[in-house]
Every structure is written in C-alpha cells, then in structure tokens.
Design a protein around this ligand. Structure first.
Ligand code: GLU
Length: 443
C-alpha cells in the first residue's frame, strides 16, 4: 500500500464515524500523493499524522432557558486544529447538524485556507448543534452567554479568535463579545465579524462573497473570459450568497437563482437582491416570500439541483450540496466555471466529473478565503487600536484574492497539474504550514 493510502487508513481507523472529516482528509491527502513522494522530508517528519490530529478538541455542555422557562441542553465545540502560522482562527457554526465530524472537517480545511491568505492565522472551528431558527433575540442572547461562559476559558486575542459562520452573524458575535468581556474583564479583539460600532472592520461582512467574485474574476481573466453578461447560479441565501450575488451584479453578471433549506427561486430577469436582504437579513423569513415581491419568478420547494442553465455556478450554502446529479445538470447546460463559496459544497464524485469535463473549478479553500482574510485584517486593526477605511480594506481584500489565485495557479503549473486549482491550493496551502512546522520542531 502506498504511503498516503496507509496514512488515510490510519486516520479512518483512529477517528471512526466522522464521514465529513474523512471526506476532507481523503480529498486533501490524495491530491498530495505525488508531492510527498518527491519531497521525502514530509514523511521523515511524520507531517501527515501531525497535521491530521487536532491540537485540541473541546466539547462542552451549554444549558439555557427559553422564553417560556423551559431548560434546554446543547453541545458546544471548539476544535483548535493547528497554530503553526498564528493564533487559532476560524468561525463558529450554530446549526442542528453540527457534530465533531463537521467541526473537524471545517477546522482541517481552515488550516490550509488560512495558510493561503499569507496572514498570521492558524486553523480552528467551533459551534453548537443549537438551532437559532425561530428563536427570539432574548433566547439567542441567553444561549450565547451560556456558550461563552465555557468557551471563554480557551480563547483570547493571541490564543484563538473565533468569528461567524452559518447561524452566527453580527447579532450573535455581539452577545458573545459582551459575555467574554464581562467574564474575562478584558477588552480585546477576541472575536472578528464585530459590528462597526465597537471594533469591527469595514468590508468584513461582505468579504467572503466579494472575495469569491474577485478570485473568480481573476481566474476568468486568465482564460480570457469576461464575467460581464454571464448567467450566474447561486445556491444559499445567507451572508456569502448575498454578497457574492451583489458583487456579481455590480460586475454586470446576471444572478438568476438562490436557495435556502426549504427551497429555491429562479428569476430569469435577475434576482432583486434588495428583496433578498429584506426577507433574509431583516425579517429572517423563508425564501418562498420572494415571489410575493416578484410574481413572475419561480419558487420550488426542495433541494436545488442546479437544473437552471448557467455559465457560472457558485455553491454558497453548505457542505455536500452540489452532488453528482447537480454536476451532471451543470455539464449538460455547459457551465464554464464553478467556484465554491461554502466549505466543501461539492461532493468528491461531482468534483471529479467537473474536472473530467475541463470545467474551471475553484475550491473553497481558495475561493472563500476572503472572509477569514478580512477577519485577520480586523485583528490587525484591533491590535493597533485603529480603523481603516472601507476602500482600503476592500483594496487589500482584492490584493489578497489576486495573490491567492496567482499562487495556486503557479503551484499547479509547477507540479504538472496546469489549470487544476484544487491541486494548486492543496499543495500551496500544505507546503507553508508543513515547512513552518518543521522549523518549529517536534511539539
Ligand atoms: N467561517 C468563515 C470561514 O469558513 C470565516 C472564519 C473567520 O473569519 O475566522 O472561513
């Protein structure tokens, strides 16, 4: 058995019942097979085993009381995966599907995503199986306070800096920040994605979606393709989807689909994003409301399977949402490019089909790195106790995304995988962390 296959086997045996973690590790390690063969130092230093075992996996009880006085118990998590390049950094996800497998896969991906940004941040992820849907502001606040009562022992501006993810936005970050400050009696940049009123950074909210379009634009440009007038299919209707759609429209592309957990919409004239903002951000309602404002559009209940013809597909919802069925639809409709706004939204078989068909593919590790990159810029501003202007942060975000594209494209070429940006991102993200680990010794 090859070295990488043995390593994979070992990981599967050591951490059973963690399918999402296995998927991300298998995808990652398989792509590194040749690179590790020609660079035996990584074998000698046992880097694969050292990288795939999290530094720390924290799991804790979160008890809280709802508005009717009922007491609930949820599970809280923080997986501090690797702090070779900087303090642990990564979001918090509040969603009923959260478990240790999801936390580990997200934490693992985060290490290499953060490495690609070239900013001083390690990899981590956390969250809870708490479902914020339908909960009052007071309930959310009590949950966040109880969650932070435990999490506050493990984090700090120079230790571990959480941020948002699915189910955690500025409202939750506010309650979490307030609770941390009260418990620890210290005012520091311990969380990112904060409101602009107290230490947040301009463009952080928009950054993941904007960054996705910036790097997509770079990739298209390098193939002499213009984003203008292209038909774009977006999945999701959260923060990433919304801001990707906004930026795509600003570049004169036409966004025709969006989805949420209940169904999806198709608006052939281009989605009215002010309506999405109103129903999703302000009112927190289902996407089905959209047709009330745009009666000519179509709403369908159930899973979005990418059946609408498009030039560009942007999966921005959640893991494994773009399956083989969806990929077949995209191929049939002659999609030109796919860029992942969410973390691991494309299944392995769907990815393989898209690559076999020579469809340009930007993996999430590179494509959605704009969010965490801007979080790192928020950390810098907090440390300096200053605030940069929106335009300056946006320019820096653009520079970072362009740099990521150039690096992954160069690395892919140098290793004989021209145009395969998954290879480029994985090798490039890995090399920096692995080399730094070797320099820091066996710890
Ligand atoms: N949750 C985001 C991600 O998946 C952002 C993390 C952060 O800003 O720390 O990268």
């Amino acid at each position: 058995m090859s070295y990488i296959k043995t390593q994979i086997e070992q990981i599967l045996n050591n951490s059973p019942y963690e399918p999402e973690f296995h998927q991300s590790v298998i995808e990652f390690l398989r792509s590194l097979e040749d690179f590790i063969e020609i660079n035996p130092i990584y074998k000698k230093e046992n880097i694969i085993q050292r990288l795939t075992e999290p530094d720390r996996q924290i799991k804790f009880k979160v008890s809280w009381q709802d508005d009717n006085g009922n007491i609930h118990v949820n599970r809280g998590y923080r997986v501090q995966f690797n702090n070779t390049l900087g303090p642990y950094k990564g979001g918090l996800r509040f969603h009923p599907t959260v478990n240790m497998s999801i936390m580990k896969f997200l934490g693992f991906e985060q290490i290499f995503k953060n490495s690609l940004t070239d900013l001083p941040i390690g990899g981590a992820k956390g969250g809870s199986d708490f479902d914020p849907k339908g909960r009052s502001d007071d309930e959310i606040m009590r949950f966040c306070q109880s969650f932070m009562a435990e999490l506050s022992r493990y984090i700090g501006a120079d230790i571990d800096v959480p941020a948002g993810d699915i189910g955690v936005g500025a409202r939750e970050i506010g309650y979490l920040f307030g609770a941390y400050k009260r418990i620890r009696n210290v005012y520091e940049g311990v969380l990112t994605g904060k409101s602009l009123l107290y230490g947040g950074s301009f463009i952080r909210k928009e950054a993941t979606g904007y960054g996705l379009i910036y790097i997509l634009g770079e990739m298209l440009r390098s193939h002499n393709i213009d984003l203008e007038n292209k038909i774009v299919a977006v999945s999701g209707a959260g923060n990433v989807a919304l801001h990707a759609a906004l930026k795509a429209q600003e570049m004169n592309a036409k966004v025709v689909t969006m989805s949420d957990s209940s169904g999806w919409i198709y608006d052939k004239d281009g989605i009215d994003l002010s309506v999405i903002k109103k129903i999703k951000e302000e009112k927190r309602l289902k996407l089905s409301e959209y047709i009330k404002y745009r009666p000519k559009s179509i709403y369908k209940e159930g899973k979005f399977t990418w059946e609408i013809p498009c030039d560009i597909a942007l999966p921005c919802a959640t893991q494994n949402e773009l399956t083989l069925e969806g990929a077949k639809n995209l191929v049939k409709n002659k999609v030109v490019a796919v860029a992942e706004g969410a973390n691991m939204p494309t299944t392995i078989d769907a990815t393989n089909l898209l690559l076999d068909q020579n469809i340009l593919f930007l993996p999430g590790k590179a494509a959605n790195a704009g969010g965490v990159a801007t979080s790192a810029l928020e950390m810098s501003q907090n440390s300096m106790r200053i605030s940069w202007e929106a335009n300056d942060v946006d320019k820096e975000l653009k520079r970072i995304m362009t740099n990521i594209f150039n690096k992954i494209s160069k690395t892919a070429k140098e290793n004989g995988f021209s145009e395969n940006y998954i290879m480029g991102a994985n090798i490039c993200g890995f090399k920096k962390v692995a080399d730094a680990m070797i320099e820091q010794g066996v710890i």
